[in-house]
Design a protein around this ligand. Structure first.
Ligand code: ZN
Length: 78
């Protein structure tokens, strides 16, 4: 296991997704949260991305962020 690499991301697959940019299915939001882009959604006539916070890495199962982390990050974002 590469310790330097693991300092930022839990596994190769996560690194690949996060380095693919904001259009990737998984990406790092400005708040620092890892979000899943679940597709397009339309609400009240406005189209947008359906974003879901990911608590565990879908590839290796590492806990990425706790409920507390998510709450704190969401509060920090306007
Ligand atoms: Zn992982």
């Amino acid at each position: 296991m590469d310790e330097d690499f693991a300092a930022n991301h839990c596994c190769d697959d996560m690194e690949t997704c996060l380095s693919a940019g904001p259009e990737a299915a998984l990406f790092e939001h400005d708040s620092g949260l890892i979000l899943l882009n679940a597709g397009r959604t339309e609400q009240d006539g406005e189209e947008g991305n359906l974003l879901i916070t990911v608590q565990f890495c879908p590839f290796c199962g590492t806990e990425l962020q706790t409920d507390e982390d998510i709450d704190a990050a969401l509060e920090a974002v306007d």
